[in-house]
Design a protein around this ligand. Structure first.
Ligand code: DAH
Length: 339
């Protein structure tokens, strides 16, 4: 029986020496030391020995078990160290490599232009308000003096949710919403997204942005409108900028005008940028129509007001000399990074 014990001992030590993975070590542990392992079965044979030999044999088995366990532990430590060594070698870090650049985002040109417009008007004491993009036709048209069947509705065809609700075609409905609240005087701008059933090209998009302006108070005149927009143009495009008011028609203002600024590229002489005109159109405006004031609950005998509407993309395109509006929507990082 002692011989068998020696054979098992040699066998296990040999197997440990030859094993090359932690899994194999585990298999060896089970094969020899497990519940049904070979050492356990040797112990079972102890009953065949003479009683006086049993303690000695037991001692031998224990010695051998300890030896096997020590060898297993030692092999395990050796393998773990080797694995760690190999991993470190494979993951070598080259500290001389240049660090990864951190990409820092910045404002979209539309947003930069909007911030600028807001800064100018907030500086004149205006409040910035917002209205819903999904709007009642009542606010988008009727309360702005564009009743059902009026041809001006066709000029701003938009996307209808149902007969009453549409995607707003202009930011002007915010005027009606603010006037209705009845808090006077009013000095506000309302930036926001608008929608029209236009096809996309270099100057059109079915979804773009406007900034609406409205002032209502006692004694507001066309002079206030002209002075305000002239100051706005100078702050936005430079102090030498001149403005020109051309008569126009909008249903919700009377009188109405379109405003041109002198070309800030050529100073008005005429160039490619202003198509040789010397002037560039930037917005529509006018004195709030008395009927609009009335429909929104304001007494036109006591109060007057002016309003204007600017296309935000138009401002961004002019200010940053972008030649195609689509670039503003594609969000190509290489384009956006230039601003
Ligand atoms: N809402 C007009 C448009 O989309 C722009 C506009 C013109 C707004 C004159 C105004 C205004 O407030 O007074 O064409």
């Amino acid at each position: 029986m002692n011989d068998e014990l020696s054979r098992i001992t040699e066998d296990i030590l040999e197997k440990i020496r030859k094993s090359d993975s932690l899994e194999k070590l585990n298999e060896i542990r089970v094969e020899f030391l497990g519940k049904k392992g070979r050492i356990t079965s040797v112990m079972k044979n102890m009953k065949d020995l003479a009683p006086e030999e049993r303690p000695k044999f037991g001692q031998l088995v224990n010695d051998m078990r300890q030896k096997a366990e020590a060898a297993l532990e030692e092999a395990k430590a050796r393998m773990t160290a080797a694995a760690r060594e190999a991993k470190l070698a494979a993951e070598e870090i080259d500290v001389t490599l240049p660090a990864k650049k951190r990409a820092v985002g910045h404002g979209h040109p539309n947003q930069i232009a909007l911030d600028e417009v807001e800064r100018i008007f907030v500086g004149m004491g205006y409040e910035v308000v917002e209205g819903p993009e999904v709007e009642y036709q009542e606010y988008n048209f009727t309360k702005l003096n564009i009743p059902e069947g009026h041809p001006a509705r066709d000029e701003q065809d938009t996307f209808y949710i149902n007969d009453e609700i549409l995607l707003r075609s202009q930011t002007s409905p915010v005027q009606a919403r603010v006037m209705e609240q009845g808090k006077l005087p009013i000095r506000m701008i309302a930036p926001g997204r608008v929608f029209r059933s236009d096809n996309i090209d270099a100057t059109h998009s079915p979804s773009f942005h406007q900034i609406e302006g409205l002032v209502v108070d006692k004694h507001i005149t066309m002079t206030d409108l002209k002075g305000t927009l002239d100051q706005f143009a100078k702050e936005l495009f430079g102090e030498n900028t001149k403005t020109r008011f051309r008569p126009h028609h909008f249903p919700f203002t009377e009188p109405s005008a379109e405003v041109d600024v002198s070309c800030f590229k050529c100073g008005g002489k005429g160039c490619r940028f202003c198509k040789n005109e010397g002037w560039i159109e930037i917005l529509g405006c006018g004195m709030v129509h008395p009927h609009v004031l009335e429909m929104c609950g304001i007494d036109p005998e006591k109060y007057t007001g002016f309003a204007f509407g600017v296309g935000l993309e138009r401002i961004a395109i002019l200010k940053y000399e972008i030649d195609d509006m689509r670039l503003l929507y594609e969000n190509d990082q290489r384009f956006l990074d230039q601003f």
